[in-house]
Design a protein around this ligand. Sequence first.
Ligand SMILES: *Cc1c(COP(=O)(O)O)cnc(C)c1O
Length: 345
Amino acid sequence: MKSIKALTRPSIWEIKPYSSARDEFEIQDDNLLFLDANENPFNNNLNRYPDPKQFFLKQKLSELKHVKPKQILIGNGSDEVLDLLFRAFCEPFKDSILTLTPTYGMYGVLAHLNAIENQEVSLTSDFQIDVENVLKTIQKNTKIIILCSPNNPSGNLLDSKAIEQIIKVFDGLVIIDEAYIDFTNSRSWLDRLNEFPNLVVIQTLSKAYGLAAIRLGMCFASKNIIEILNKIKPPYNINSLTQDAALSGILKRDEVERQIKIIVTERNKLIIFLKQLYFVENVFPTDSNFILIRVDNANLRYKQLISKNVIVRNRHKQNLCQNCLRITIGTPDDNIKLINALKSI
Ligand SMILES: *Cc1c(COP(=O)(O)O)cnc(C)c1O
C-alpha cells in the first residue's frame, strides 16, 4: 500500500487541530478548580464538556475487541466515521471511492456531499464480489474501497478470500463495514487488523446492541490512520449521555447475545414461511437481522403491507434488486403480526 502520508490529503496532513480546554488539561482530580472552559459551575451532571478522547469507553472497547485504544476512533454513528474517512483521504473533485452495488446508500450520499466520485461496481447475481471487475475499475485516484459484510440490503457475508485479495492488491484503504457482524458466526476482520495496514473496520451500536438512538459508531484501524482522523473530528463529537449509555450497553453482552439468538430463531422461522408464500419468488440467504425477498410485484406488495400497518423497505429501484423487499426481523410478537399480514394479502 501507499504510505499514510501519501494517502492523506496534503491540507489535512498539515492541519493543526483545534485544542479544546479538555485536551490541554486532562488530569481528573476532584480537588482541581476547573475555570478553563466557560462552563456553568453548578453541578447537574451535565454542566461539564464530555471527554473528547472517550478514555473509559475506549478502554472497555479495547478489552472487548482486543485492539489498542489508539486503534479506535468513535463517531456520532458510523455515518460520521465514514464522513471523517472521506474528508481525511479523498480530495474533492479529484479522488474517488469504490463501492459494490447494491449496498448501503450513505456511502454514495457522503461521497456526493464531499464532491468525491463514487465508482460503482455491481456485485454478482448472488451478491458476491467480482474481484476481477473491481481490480480493473480501480483508477489512480481511487483512495478507498468500501466492502459491506454482511451486505445491506442483500444480507449476506462477502466471500473472505475475495476480500483478502482486494486488501492485498489495492494500494489505498479498504473499509469493511461490519454493522451486522454480531448476527453472524463469522470472524470479524478486526482479528486481522494488525496484518493489513490499509484495513479499516467499522462497527456500530445501532443494530445488535439495540442502541440506535444514542448514535455511536466505531472505527478500528492502524494507529497512524486513527491519528489522522483524531486531528479532524469535532472535539466533543460524542456527548456524555452517549458515552455513558455506550459503556453500560457494551457491558450487557449476555443480554445482547440472548436477543441475537431470539432474532436469529425468528429469522429462520420467517424464512421457512416466506419460501412457501405464493407471491414470493426468492428468499435470499442472509447472515443479518433482515431478509431480502423477491416478490412478483414489489410496489404492490409494499403498499398492501402498509395498508395492514406493516412497513418494510422497498428496494425495487436498487441494482440487482428488481421487485425486492427488505424485511427487518422484529420480536416474536412482531413476527406473528407480519405473518398474519402476509397471509391476508
Ligand atoms: C445501519 C447501518 C449502519 C449504521 O449506521 P449508524 O450511523 O452507526 O447508525 C452502518 N452501515 C450499514 C451498512 C448499515 O446498514
